[in-house]
Design a protein around this ligand. Structure first.
Ligand SMILES: Cc1ncc(COP(=O)(O)O)c(C=O)c1O
Length: 437
C-alpha cells in the first residue's frame, strides 16, 4: 500500500488544471470573507472573479452561513423522488417570482452541466409529448460553453472539450458572434445581428421540423466574454418562434444579477422557452442548479394517468434541503442588499476602469457588460495562452484573482464590490500588463 502524507497533492486529479504545473507551485486558498480570499501563506487576494462566476454576494455572507448551518442540523437530506420538503417548494416559488414573468416552473439539478442536460432532455421530451418526436436535432454555437457532459460538449463549441471524447449525432452549430469590427465595444456591439440568420440556413439544410432546440449563452462567458450584437438575440427568438423551435438561454453565468438584472433574458428583453441556471443560485456555497420552463412546456407533460411519472429524469440531490436553504438565503441577501441594482449602478465605473487600460502593451481588445469584463491580449507567437497565464500568475502575486481563457483575461467580481476595489483592480492590472513579456 502506498502511504501518502496528508498534504500530498498527487491523489487529487484537479479539474481543468495543468496538474503537474500546479502541484509544482500550488496556489491554495484557506478562507474567504467579503471581497477577499486568504491564501495558505496568509496573503489577502481580491476576488476579481466571484470564485468561478458564482459568489455573486461575496464570501462568508452571514445569512447564507447561518441558513446552511441550521438546515444541516434540522433536515440534512430528504429523498428527492416521490417525497418533498418545504424549502424546495419555497425556493421554486421565489425563483419564479424573480424570473421573467412568462416562466412558471423550475427543475432542480446540482450544476450548470446538469442543468444543460436537463434542458436539452426537456426540449426533446416536450416535442415528443406533443406528437413531434421527429424534432431531435439540437443547435448550439461555436465558442459556446455548456458544461462538460455529453449533451453540453456536443452543443458546445470548444474544440478541446469536444475532440477527445466524441459528441452526440444530430447537432449543428451557429457561427460565433465575435467580430473584429466590434473591437473595444462598450456593452452590446453594433455589428453581427445578421449572424442569427444563419439559423435560417441551418433550418433550410436539415428541415426546421427536425430541430428541437437552439441553445446559446446570451453572453458567452467561458470562451472570453463574447457579447451578443445588438438585435442578435431578438432575431434568434424570431426565427425559432417562426419554426416552432425552442430557444434555451444558458444563464449559468448571466443569471442572478451579473448584468445588473435578475437574468439576461430580462436585461435583453428576449423571452427564451427554457433558462439554464446554477452558480449564483446558491452563491456557489452548495452545488445547485435550476432549469426554468414556461407553463406551456411544463403543461405539455401533465396529461395521461395521474399516477404515472411525467418526466423520467432527476438527480438524488435535486432540491437538496441544504442547497435549498442556501438558495433561499442567497436570494434574500441579493434582495436585501439590492445587489442586482448595485451591479447596474457600478457598471459604468467598471467599464471606464477597463477601457482605461487600452493604452497598455499587447492589449488588442477590451469589452464589458454589467459587472463582466474582458481584456484580450495579443498571443506570444508560437505560445498561445502563455501571455495571459503569465498575467494571471503575476496578478495573483500582487493580490488579485483574475481568470484567463486562451489569451483573454476575464473578470466578474462579486456584486458587493466597491469603487475602491475597482480602482485597485485597475491599478494591479496596469502594473501587470505593463511588464508582460
Ligand atoms: C454558460 C455555462 N454553462 C454551463 C456551465 C457548467 O457549469 P458547471 O461547471 O456548474 O457544471 C458553465 C460553467 O462555467 C457555464 O459558464
Amino acid at each position: 500500500m502506498n502511504v501518502h502524507q496528508p498534504n500530498d497533492l498527487s491523489a487529487f486529479w484537479m479539474p481543468f488544471t495543468a496538474n503537474r504545473q500546479f502541484k509544482s507551485a500550488p496556489r491554495m486558498f484557506v478562507s474567504a470573507e467579503g471581497m477577499h480570499y486568504r491564501t495558505q501563506d496568509g496573503r489577502e487576494v481580491l476576488d476579481g472573479t466571484a470564485g468561478l462566476w458564482c459568489c455573486n454576494a461575496g464570501h462568508k455572507r452571514p445569512k447564507i452561513v447561518e441558513a446552511v448551518q441550521s438546515q444541516v442540523a434540522e433536515l440534512d437530506y430528504a429523498p428527492a423522488f416521490q417525497m418533498g420538503h418545504p424549502k424546495a417548494f419555497e425556493l421554486a416559488n421565489r425563483l419564479i417570482q424573480m424570473a421573467p414573468e412568462h416562466m412558471g416552473h423550475v427543475f432542480y439539478t446540482n450544476s450548470g452541466s446538469e442543468s444543460v442536460e436537463t434542458a436539452l432532455k426537456i426540449a426533446l421530451a416536450y416535442h415528443r409529448a406533443r406528437g413531434e418526436g421527429q424534432r431531435t436535432r439540437l443547435i448550439g454555437r461555436e465558442r459556446g460553453y455548456h458544461g462538460v457532459n455529453f449533451g453540453g460538449i456536443s452543443v458546445g463549441g470548444i474544440v478541446n472539450n469536444r475532440r477527445t471524447f466524441g459528441t452526440l449525432p444530430g447537432v449543428d452549430h451557429l457561427p460565433h458572434t465575435h467580430l473584429k469590427e466590434n473591437g473595444f465595444s462598450r456593452g452590446q456591439p453594433e455589428h453581427g445581428a445578421h449572424l442569427a440568420d444563419e439559423l435560417e440556413r441551418i433550418c433550410a439544410l436539415h428541415g426546421p421540423e427536425t430541430i428541437a432546440a437552439v441553445i446559446v449563452e446570451p453572453m458567452a462567458g467561458s470562451t472570453g466574454v463574447l457579447l451578443p450584437p445588438k438585435g442578435y438575440l431578438e432575431r434568434l427568438r424570431e426565427i425559432t418562434s417562426k419554426h416552432g423551435i425552442l430557444l434555451i438561454f444558458d444563464e449559468v453565468i448571466t443569471g442572478f444579477g451579473r448584468l445588473g438584472a435578475s437574468f439576461a433574458a430580462e436585461y435583453f428583453g428576449v423571452k427564451p422557452d427554457l433558462m439554464v441556471t446554477a452558480k449564483g443560485l446558491t452563491n456557489g456555497v452548495i452545488p445547485m442548479g435550476a432549469v426554468f420552463t414556461t407553463p406551456e412546456i411544463h403543461d405539455a407533460f401533465m396529461h395521461g394517468p395521474e399516477h404515472l411519472i411525467e418526466l423520467f429524469h432527476g438527480y438524488t440531490y435535486s432540491g437538496n434541503p441544504i442547497a435549498a436553504a442556501a438558495g433561499l438565503a442567497t436570494l434574500e441577501t441579493y434582495r436585501e442588499e439590492g445587489l442586482f441594482e448595485r451591479a447596474a449602478e457600478l457598471a459604468p465605473y467598471w467599464e471606464d476602469m477597463l477601457h482605461g487600460l487600452r493604452d497598455l502593451p499587447h492589449v488588442i481588445d477590451i469589452r464589458n457588460m454589467g459587472l463582466i469584463g474582458a481584456i484580450e491580449l495579443e498571443p506570444i507567437e508560437g505560445a498561445p495562452t502563455q501571455r495571459a497565464f503569465q498575467a494571471f500568475l503575476r496578478a495573483f502575486d500582487e493580490g488579485l484573482l483574475i481568470r484567463t481563457t486562451g489569451d483573454i483575461i476575464a473578470m466578474s467580481p462579486p456584486l458587493i464590490i466597491e469603487k475602491s476595489h475597482i480602482d485597485r483592480i485597475g491599478e494591479v492590472l496596469r502594473g501587470v500588463l505593463r511588464d508582460l513579456d
